[in-house]
Design a protein around this ligand. Structure first.
Ligand SMILES: [Zn+2]
Length: 380
């Protein structure tokens, strides 16, 4: 009996020992896991942040020689520019010629294209029904709002969308480019920037029907299917939030489809947009913080809005905050022509201080020697 009891104690002791051993193993494995986690986090923090990127927008001129372009790209590179956004009027052949010249100089190339605004697009012009229609009932096919180069397509109609996405795909196929860059990826301005109103001799206190798009049959039909009301009959469409949201969504759909396409070719999707999301929403029905994008370049052109230079910091911060939790990196776009070198230096610092990943200058040809000096100095 005593013997049996002793045996049981021995057994229990052995069990306790093995339990203790197990627990200590568990503790050891926990500690080593913690170490692994710690190591991983150390590794993550050790990865240096990507350097602040400097971009410039340029428009291709097919009359210029290869040598001229080589010299231009070299000039950008030695003055601190890292990336060029080249507008080739969505022509992949022109892009194919220019891309190797720029990449050889160490520049990133981004294929900049006009997206919803397609002035004089030879293919689209064969399809008058593809164009956006104003609340007044005029089509951009023959009635251009504000200016000559405004000829907007409908984002809802399958055929016009497919046409745009084909252009995106053709650019994405070009070897050596980093991204396809969507510009005019929005509706025509329902409100123009306040600084531009005198130029057009306009007063815009309310949403004016001649600048309000798109009221084509497809848009109205698609909207009615969801919401059972006709925006054409609405007295004050500015307060019809479903109609506004519908239009924001139509643009988002084009962007998100473009994102899928360019990624199939291992390219990125970037876009030039209005200064910050609420402002873009209000002025041009563009809600870019909800889009699938790799990099976004808000055009924070303070001079268009009668704002001071420090507004560049304010607007940058708004976009950066709205993108928290998303992969999209923001690069502040500035409009150079009226800016002193002091203002350029200040703008670069404001972009950095407010969380931008880079800065883009409009446009390359307009950068003065003094402004290049300011750019170069900011990199030191
Ligand atoms: Zn439409």
């Amino acid at each position: 009996m005593v013997k049996l009891f002793k045996k049981q104690i021995e057994l229990s002791m052995r069990m306790i020992k093995s339990i203790v051993l197990c627990i200590s193993c568990f503790v050891v494995s926990c500690t080593s896991k913690e170490k692994e986690v710690k190591k991983a986090s150390e590794v993550i923090t050790e990865i240096p942040a990507a350097p602040f990127k400097y971009w410039t927008w340029i428009t291709a001129d097919t009359t210029r020689s290869k040598e001229e372009y080589k010299a231009e790209f070299k000039k950008y590179r030695v003055n601190g520019i890292d990336a060029v956004l080249i507008n080739t009027l969505a022509n992949p052949e022109v892009l194919k010629k220019l891309t190797p010249l720029a990449t050889k100089e160490g520049l990133e190339v981004h294929a900049w294209m006009f997206t919803m605004n397609r002035p004089d697009d030879a293919i689209a012009l064969q399809h008058p029904e593809w164009y956006a229609v104003s609340k007044e009932g005029n089509s951009c096919f023959d009635t251009r709002p504000y200016i000559d180069y405004y000829q907007w397509l409908c984002p809802t109609r399958k055929e016009s969308r497919d046409h745009i996405l084909r252009l995106v795909e053709n650019l994405a196929k070009v070897e050596g480019i980093t991204s396809v860059h969507l510009d005019y990826i929005r509706y025509s301005d329902i409100f123009l920037p306040i600084g531009l109103l005198p130029k057009y001799n306009l007063k815009q206190d309310t949403e004016l029907p001649e600048f309000d798009f798109c009221y084509c049959d497809v848009c109205i039909r698609t909207f009615q299917k969801i919401h059972h009301k006709n925006p054409k009959e609405s007295v004050n469409t500015a307060v019809d939030i479903e109609w506004k949201q519908f239009r924001l969504t139509q643009i988002k759909k084009v962007v998100d489809e473009a994102y899928e396409i360019v990624h199939r070719y291992n390219k990125k999707l970037t876009a030039a947009v209005f200064p910050y999301p609420e402002m873009a929403d209000h002025m041009v029905r563009q809600r870019w913080d909800k889009w699938n994008l790799d990099e976004v370049l808000p055009m924070i052109y303070h001079n268009f809005y009668n704002e001071e230079v420090d507004w560049i910091g304010f607007a940058t911060r708004q976009g950066v905050k709205d993108l928290i939790g998303k992969q999209t990196k923001l690069h502040t776009g500035i409009y150079l022509p009226p800016m002193s070198t002091g203002d350029v230096t200040k703008a670069i610092q404001l972009a950095k201080d407010n969380g931008a990943a880079g800065i883009s200058f409009y446009d390359g040809n307009a950068i003065t020697e003094e402004q290049f000096e300011a750019i170069k100095t900011s990199k030191k």
